[in-house]
Design a protein around this ligand. Structure first.
Ligand SMILES: Nc1nc2c(c(=O)[nH]1)N[C@H]1C(S)=C(S)[C@@H](COP(=O)(O)OP(=O)(O)OC[C@H]3O[C@@H](n4cnc5c(=O)[nH]c(N)nc54)[C@H](O)[C@@H]3O)O[C@H]1N2
Ligand SMILES: Nc1nc2c(c(=O)[nH]1)N[C@H]1C(S)=C(S)[C@@H](COP(=O)(O)OP(=O)(O)OC[C@H]3O[C@@H](n4cnc5c(=O)[nH]c(N)nc54)[C@H](O)[C@@H]3O)O[C@H]1N2
Ligand code: SF4
Ligand SMILES: [Mo]
Length: 744
């Protein structure tokens, strides 16, 4: 396979978009048969799982002469089924990235100046352990925080729990999917999880609100989406932007940004007032239907039209189509849902709409995941931490936030904002300056820290600000914790070393164990290496390790996954039923049923446009922007601008602009304008992950615009503490007018 082949997998052009015909829309449907596998040709093939994003697809890494030459999908692995997305195929671009961290680094200049000295692992680990101990002695273990993302983070979590810190946070909660899982738990007593328990392949009607599959490339989701389209599912896509998914839809609803809740309420109004809900299901399983019926009475399609811009007859028509296909109708819960600060209520409305359609637990709706029982490794129990997490102003804030809030830990590192200050951070696989909203605050917090250590594979922004940088081996060079999630079919998968670590990089488990030993936590790390650890767990479950190592995955027996197959309908809510009305929310002073509040949505000031962002199919935000292989296809983001707006500003297609937000913050770098009627005139759109300013990322540096820098405002979800980030407005500054900007 040559360097360009991998991007063609499944690519065809969009069809059936009469009113916007001719717009190029690349579609990665992940069809298995487009690219014939040329075979192993004598290569050594090692099964493992991917880490280019967090879906954890099973892959087969082909090795020749000690080099990984090719990565393909593992046909035996349920999350890939033999296919992978373009990013996964480009994993060698990370393994052989010439900018990789090679040796442990200790800062020599001022923080943020990005000047370091290479040291031995002994020196680096001693330094980290000593600094941690110093902080613990002065302020307690709770003064240390861990931020993490990615599967190797499990080792660091174990280390921090053993050390006794409660301050462990992943931005993939409060900056990503937290509100959705809380909204679904409040309703069904069950989160959606990852992989999502959506039965999309069998849906006869599929509704996507912003969830932009085809650009968002979570493998199995995209495959199931393609399957639904192939089998003629009625697809309704709600997005202010004509996304790739919208290009596949029978109906695209170009909603006014931030008004999805109004649309959802109107859909419920139509379905209930026309008696189209699943009466039997609602009667048997739900709590509060009468209250809901009354509640949605005033939310008519005419009422919603004034908010959403979607015409009443379209709202009625789409509601009727959803009802006609029930229970095989799936209103997808989405994933990155921290948008406007009312996100738990919006996703709860999605959950409730599904409940009215009877789709939870039903084929074509939501299946009930099954998982393989793999006992935990027996190590000493963690002692409860001395203090609560530092992430909230008061313990009673965000009462339903069941994870630690990353932005809250950042605040707690700024003197005087919390009742105790954090003094040291470890950051594993998370690039906080491009991830947490309002990076001005992130930098302030970092400057106030006594100590910051990062564990990374590339010299990202966070590394540039660290005191010690520990170079981790990439996923192709290390073994990790076993993966046995809830899914359609139970399975357990292994990540194993494909090639030995390059340079002086080390796997996360080793780093955690070495630090643990230095911190007096040897009892928590009794295993020799992660393979021994994995074998121990597998044996306890009665599985053979050699089979797992050979195949990459062991499948369990297929179990029933729908109510109609005999799965007992169980809802872990207070009432034991699906809660359309939530007493729990009412007790905490929140709306027991989602309600629209006209005053909550701010309008853009004159001359400003709402800043929206999303994904590109060949990149995982900033994680891959330095990957030369993946950047062959897409090396810089563009500012999507509606033609009417471009005309008003005299912007030509391809002309470079900076964006400047409502607080006067201007993007450090510029990006080309893409004039397109695929975006509403009240918003602009960018792919997130560009505009990197870490100097040692020699490829990504300075390409495109960083969305996070422009997100100086965010709206916190009062229910669970997620940070709604779609609340910033930007205007254009032509690059030609910015002094010092070279024309390019
Ligand atoms: N403005 C804005 N902010 C966002 C989003 C957005 O769309 N716009 N999206 C949000 C979402 S959905 C999420 S999930 C979060 C994610 O944000 P983060 O938690 O920051 O996750 P990543 O961006 O994946 O983290 C990338 C870091 O991990 C490093 N890395 C990559 N592979 C490895 C590895 O194997 N080991 C180690 N140790 N490090 C590795 C990379 O070099 C990089 O420094 O961001 C959120 N923040
Ligand atoms: N290729 C690729 N795939 C990925 C990732 C990646 O980085 N790259 N990241 C993974 C991760 S961590 C996550 S969480 C998911 C995120 O993937 P999603 O959950 O699909 O993404 P979001 O970033 O929330 O949504 C972006 C879409 O929402 C639309 N949108 C913005 N505002 C509104 C609004 O008010 N209403 C509606 N209806 N739509 C709106 C945008 O136009 C855009 O199309 O993707 C995953 N998959
Ligand atoms: S969806 Fe793509 S990048 Fe993510 S794990 Fe799967 S192959 Fe890797
Ligand atoms: Mo995410």
């Amino acid at each position: 396979m040559n360097r360009r082949d991998f991007i063609r997998i499944g690519a065809t052009s969009a069809a059936g978009v009469a009113f916007l015909g001719g717009l190029p829309t690349k579609w990665y449907g992940l069809d298995a048969d487009v690219l014939a596998d040329p075979g192993t040709g004598g290569d050594r093939v090692v099964p493992t799982f991917c880490e280019l994003c967090f879906w954890k697809c099973g892959v087969l890494a082909h090795v020749r002469d000690g080099r990984v030459t090719k990565i393909t999908g593992n046909p035996k692995h349920p999350l890939s089924r033999g296919r992978i997305c373009p990013r996964g195929a480009g994993g060698t671009g990370l393994l052989y990235d010439p900018d990789r961290l090679q040796k442990p680094l200790v800062r020599v200049g001022q923080r943020g100046q990005q000047t370091f000295e290479e040291v031995s692992w002994e020196t680096a680990l001693d330094e980290v352990a000593e600094r941690f101990e110093r902080i613990r002695q002065r302020h307690g273990a709770s003064a240390l925080a861990l931020f993490y993302h990615g599967y190797g983070g499990n080792w660091m979590k174990h280390l921090f729990k053993a050390y006794g810190s409660p301050n462990i946070a992943a931005p993939s909660y409060a900056q990503c999917r937290g509100p959705r899982d809380v909204g679904f738990e409040l309703t069904f007593g069950h989160p959606v999880g990852s992989p999502e328990n959506t039965d999309m392949a069998h849906s006869r009607c599929l509704v996507l609100l912003g969830y932009h599959l085809g650009e968002n490339m979570h493998n199995t989701q995209v495959q199931d989406f393609a399957a639904a389209i192939r089998s003629g599912a009625d697809l309704i896509v709600v997005d202010p932007r004509f996304s790739v998914a919208a290009s596949k839809a029978r109906t695209w609803l170009p909603i006014k940004p931030g008004t999805d809740l109004a649309l959802l309420l109107a859909w419920m109004n139509v379905i209930i007032s026309e008696g189209r809900h699943d009466r039997d299901y609602v009667e048997r399983y739900t709590y509060g239907f009468e209250q809901l019926r009354e509640h949605v009475q005033s939310f008519t399609p005419e009422w919603a039209y004034a908010r959403t811009g979607i015409e009443p007859h379209v709202i009625r028509d789409t509601a009727r189509r959803m009802a006609a296909a029930r229970p095989a109708t799936l209103v997808h819960p989405g994933r990155h849902v921290t948008w406007y600060g009312n996100d738990t209520q919006r996703t709860r409305a999605i959950a409730m709409l599904n409940a009215l359609l009877g789709s939870w637990g039903r084929r074509g709706g939501f299946y009930m995941p099954a998982s393989m029982e793999i006992p935990k490794y027996t190590s000493p129990g963690y002692l409860p931490p001395e203090r609560k997490a530092a992430d909230r102003p008061q313990a009673s804030d965000y009462p339903l936030g069941d994870n630690v809030l990353a932005q809250g830990l950042c605040d707690a590192s700024i003197t005087g904002l919390r009742d105790y200050d954090l003094k040291g951070w470890m950051v594993y696989g998370s690039n906080l300056p491009t991830t947490l909203p309002d990076p001005r605050k992130t930098y302030k917090a970092i400057q106030e820290l006594d100590f910051l250590v990062s564990v990374d594979v590339l010299p990202s922004e966070i590394c540039g600000w660290s005191d010690v940088v520990l170079p981790e081996a990439t996923y192709l060079e290390r073994c990790d914790e076993l993966h046995a999630p809830g899914f359609r079919e139970p399975f357990v998968a292994v990540r194993q070393e494909v090639v030995p670590p390059l340079y002086d990089s080390k796997p996360g488990w080793w780093i955690a164990r070495e630090l643990g030993t230095r911190l007096g936590l040897t009892a928590f790390f009794p295993w020799k290496d992660s393979m021994e650890y994995a074998k121990d767990r597998l044996h306890a479950a009665g599985h053979a390790c050699d089979v797992l190592q050979r195949d990459g995955v062991i499948q369990g027996e297929q179990q029933p996954i729908y109510f109609e197959e005999g799965v007992a309908p169980e809802f872990w809510t207070d009432s034991g039923r699906i809660e359309l009305y939530s007493n729990e929310l009412a007790q905490h002073g929140f709306d027991p049923m989602p309600t629209w509040h006209d005053d909550e949505l701010e309008e853009p000031p004159a001359g400003y446009y709402r800043l929206l962002f999303g994904r590109a199919p060949t990149h995982t935000f900033g994680r891959t922007t330095n990957n030369r292989l993946l950047s062959e296809v897409y090396k810089e983001n563009e500012v999507w601008v509606n033609p009417s707006v471009a005309r008003r500003w005299g912007l030509a297609n391809g002309e470079r602009v900076h964006l400047q937000n409502q607080d006067g913050v201007r993007s450090e770098f510029s990006a080309p304008v893409r004039v397109t009627s695929r975006i509403r005139p009240d918003a602009v759109f960018l792919v997130h992950g560009y505009g990197r300013n870490a100097m040692k990322l020699r490829f990504a540096y300075g390409r495109g615009i960083d969305t996070t820098g422009l997100i100086t405002r965010y709206k916190v979800d009062p229910i669970m503490g997620g940070t709604g980030m779609n609340v910033n407005f930007v205007t254009f500054v032509k690059a030609a007018l910015v002094s010092g900007e070279a024309a390019s």
